[in-house]
Write a protein that binds this ligand. Structure first.
Ligand code: GLN
Length: 275
């Protein structure tokens, strides 16, 4: 029976898509382990999963959903069509927040999706940061819950349309909300239409959700609290203006590794002037 079984080498030499990446996830190996173990024979299970993934890719399904997992900040998150695929640019948001003094602080992630941001922050910070995460989608929240459990994170999940079911005040509010405008949504790469529209489409202008969060957050932020957003590359000015107009201080735009505006952050002071 073993005579027909495939080795890693057989697959690497054949004409499949994304073989290396898929094998890394299926075998739980690093890229170099894949290359150092080329004579390893694949179990029937792995071989069948590999073929299923290849079939999905042929049907146009995004690689991340076909595999069912994707790495974010060093952790493998379960992903499916109910959640946005975690993007490497978003890791920067986690990195920035981890620079803050987080001991005993309370953080809220709005629109958590797969839980990538909230779970990574909870796992990375060992200083009793209390993380809450909400999403309008029950299906997304279920994915986030499973990810938290699987990765050993302890957070509070709340089913909520923005602040609707949120109580209390936070030291940090973070969000990577849907931010694509109507005009841009119609022009997206075909692969992005496999992702939930609720996670991408931000309204006619694209920044409608920021307008709501920035306004409503004032009742949910403590004195000296911070707000962090991921933004579209062309939204730096509009979102930072919105924050300032709403009385936030220390508004900053940060760029990603491609030198595109990617994060906007600001601070809320109790006596911020709200005009
Ligand atoms: N960065 C995503 C993109 O690929 C958009 C994510 C979002 O809308 N929050 O366009």
């Amino acid at each position: 029976m073993q005579t027909n079984s495939k080795t890693i080498k057989d697959l690497l030499e054949a004409d499949y898509q994304y073989t290396e990446i898929i094998l890394q996830y299926l075998l739980d190996m690093t890229r170099s382990q894949i290359f150092l173990n080329q004579n390893l024979e694949l179990s029937d299970d792995v071989w069948n999963r590999f073929l299923d993934i290849q079939r999905d890719l042929k049907d146009g399904r995004p690689l991340q959903y076909a595999i069912g997992k994707w790495n974010f900040y060093g952790y493998d998150f379960i992903v499916n069509e109910n959640v946005l695929i975690p993007r490497p640019e978003t890791e920067l948001l986690v990195e920035e927040i981890l620079k803050e003094e987080l001991k005993d602080k309370k953080l809220l992630d709005i629109g958590t999706g797969s839980g990538a941001i909230a779970v990574s922050l909870d796992l990375e910070n060992k200083d009793n940061l209390q993380v809450s995460a909400c999403d309008i989608s029950k299906e997304a929240l279920e994915v986030a819950r499973v990810n938290a459990e699987k990765l050993g994170a302890h957070l509070d999940f709340i089913h909520s349309d923005l602040f609707e079911n949120i109580e209390g005040r936070f030291d940090i509010i973070v969000s990577n909300p849907p931010y694509i405008s109507e005009e841009d949504y119609d022009k997206l790469d075909e692969l992005l239409y496999h992702e939930p529209k609720t996670a991408l489409y931000g309204g006619i202008k694209g920044y409608e959700i920021y307008e709501k969060i920035i306004d409503q957050a004032k009742s949910y932020l403590k004195d000296q609290a911070s707000i962090y957003f991921e933004i579209g590359y062309d939204q730096g000015k509009v979102i930072s203006d919105l924050l300032r107009e709403n009385g936030y201080h220390d508004v900053k735009i940060l760029q990603d590794y491609g030198e595109k505006d990617r994060i906007v952050t600001g601070k809320w002071l109790k006596d911020s002037i709200t005009s």
